[in-house]
Design a protein around this ligand. Structure first.
Ligand SMILES: [Zn+2]
Length: 477
């Protein structure tokens, strides 16, 4: 009984050993063929022996499966290793021919023996999808680096050089006023042979576009009065959805004035810098010089000499970045024509108080009762200011009293000549405190309000005459 049992165990162990040997053989055979497909990594063969410890029945070995790992991360299980090799072959075949046939995988791919239920095995199409999203296909390429950072890659060095030429091309023609132009890059730009992800490998034209517009830089924008999300999108040539993306959690449909938002604006990865030696003519503004004279009163001015602009020839170094002037440094200036000063003489002599300022003040405190102009079928040549008899009347500006007496209609009237083309009339007075020939200053008491002449009540009739003709005093006081 005991023997029989031992024999059975021995027989079973023999079977297990046979199965392991077969599996190792099969496995090695299977591994050898597609090994070249895998790059630089040690395919992980799981020693079948270690499995055997945990296994008790030979039948189980026949259903050995494989777990696929990409850079140490489990992706799923397959029935046969060849399924994985086939999927990788398919993925490689889908790479456009122009990128060449020497395609490598950037990740470490491993297969480890496992046992899973058939229902858990990946289908061929699912397997391909999962591998495709987990790996980077790489090709030999020439990368363009800016400040040490890889921007794009080209299939050949010639193409990479062409891209740099195409970037510079629009900025190689010197301005009409430039004697020389130097075109280079703002950043440190290098071409380097490398292994590049196929997504980075572009045609020269696409590479140029990408370098010019592919980068982004975050800017802060303060919402102005009248801004809408739409107008901001138009102004900066970016989509409304891009504005939303740059401002998560902000209701961009309801912007407030003064609110700050982020804008992700295109920025070239590589900028072209041009340095030009330019020459141009520039106007020189004239100075304004004041000269004092005691021959004129304070506040009076006269142009003695008109100013004239000068002209100079300027040589400068102009730096532009992507066609926009960044700086202009003047190197030399030759004056072709010197500017001429604008000379203005100004009076310093103390101005007598009795000289006109050229502006009138209201001659009495009173109620405005009648305007200048046509009234009751006849012309009213001044304005009327009603005030009690005896209310002081003052000179509206400095000048000389030319008349203080009786005139038909006006009654007692004072006339002041301001000696600047203007005269003022003060009618219906009750009394005078000046006489013809007196000089008066602005605000000086010259008489008092009355009801003399053609008057229906105590008031001042005030007239302003320009060149002898009455004008509307309201325009002057
Ligand atoms: Zn009047």
């Amino acid at each position: 009984m005991k023997n029989t049992l031992l024999n059975r165990v021995a027989a079973s162990t023999r079977k297990v050993t046979e199965s392991i040997t077969r599996l190792i053989k099969n496995s090695r055979l299977a591994d050898k063929l597609p090994e070249r497909l895998l790059r630089g990594n040690t395919p992980a063969y799981v020693a079948a022996g270690t499995c055997a410890v945990a296994l008790s029945a030979a039948a189980f070995f026949a259903t050995m499966d494989y777990e696929l790992y990409i850079d140490g991360k489990a992706i799923g299980a397959v029935d046969k290793k060849s399924e994985v090799y086939q999927a990788i072959e398919n993925i490689k075949k889908s790479v456009p021919k122009e990128l060449g046939s020497d395609i490598k995988i950037g990740q470490k791919i491993e297969l480890k023996g496992v046992h899973v239920a058939d229902s858990k095995l990946l289908s061929a199409s699912n397997l391909e999808k999962k591998i495709k999203s987990g790996i980077d296909l790489q090709v030999d390429a020439y990368g363009i680096k800016a400040q040490g950072k890889l921007v794009v890659a080209l299939k050949s060095e010639a193409e990479a050089k062409k891209v740099l030429e195409l970037l510079k091309q629009p900025y190689t023609k010197k301005q009409d006023n430039a004697s020389s132009i130097k075109t280079d890059f703002l950043q440190k730009v290098e071409i380097e042979k490398l292994q590049a992800d196929i997504g980075l490998v572009k045609t020269p034209q696409r590479a140029v576009e990408y370098i010019k517009t592919g980068g982004h830089e975050l800017h802060t924008y303060t919402v102005q009065a009248g801004d809408t999300t739409w107008s901001i999108s138009e102004k900066f040539k970016i989509g409304v959805s891009q504005i939303q993306d740059a401002n998560p959690g902000t209701n961009i449909e309801n912007l407030q004035i003064g609110q700050t938002i982020s804008l992700s604006l295109p920025k070239p990865f590589i900028s072209v810098k041009t340095t030009q030696d330019i020459a141009y003519e520039e106007r020189i503004p004239f100075n304004v010089v004041y000269e004092d004279t005691s021959a004129m009163y304070k506040g009076d001015k006269k142009v003695k000499a008109e100013g004239e602009e000068g002209l100079k020839k300027v040589q400068a170094k102009q730096i532009m970045v992507d066609g926009v002037i960044a700086s202009t440094t003047v190197i030399n200036e030759d004056i072709v024509k010197a500017p001429k000063d604008n000379i203005i003489v100004q009076g310093i002599k103390e101005r007598p108080k009795t000289l006109a300022f050229g502006a009138f003040i209201t001659p009495t405190r009173g109620r405005f009762t009648s305007p200048f102009g046509r009234r009751w079928g006849r012309m009213h040549t001044g304005i009327d200011l009603a005030a009690p008899i005896g209310t002081p009347i003052v000179a509206a500006d400095g000048g000389k009293v030319t008349f203080a007496g009786w005139k038909n209609g006006y009654g007692k009237i004072i006339i002041v000549n301001h000696e600047n083309g203007y005269q003022t009339y003060y009618g219906h007075c009750s009394s005078f405190s000046v006489k013809a020939g007196d000089r008066v200053y602005r605000g000086q008491n010259i008489g008092s309000v009355g009801n003399t002449g053609r008057s229906t009540g105590p008031h001042l009739h005030f007239e302003v005459r320009k060149g002898g003709s009455p004008v509307n005093p309201k325009k002057y006081i």
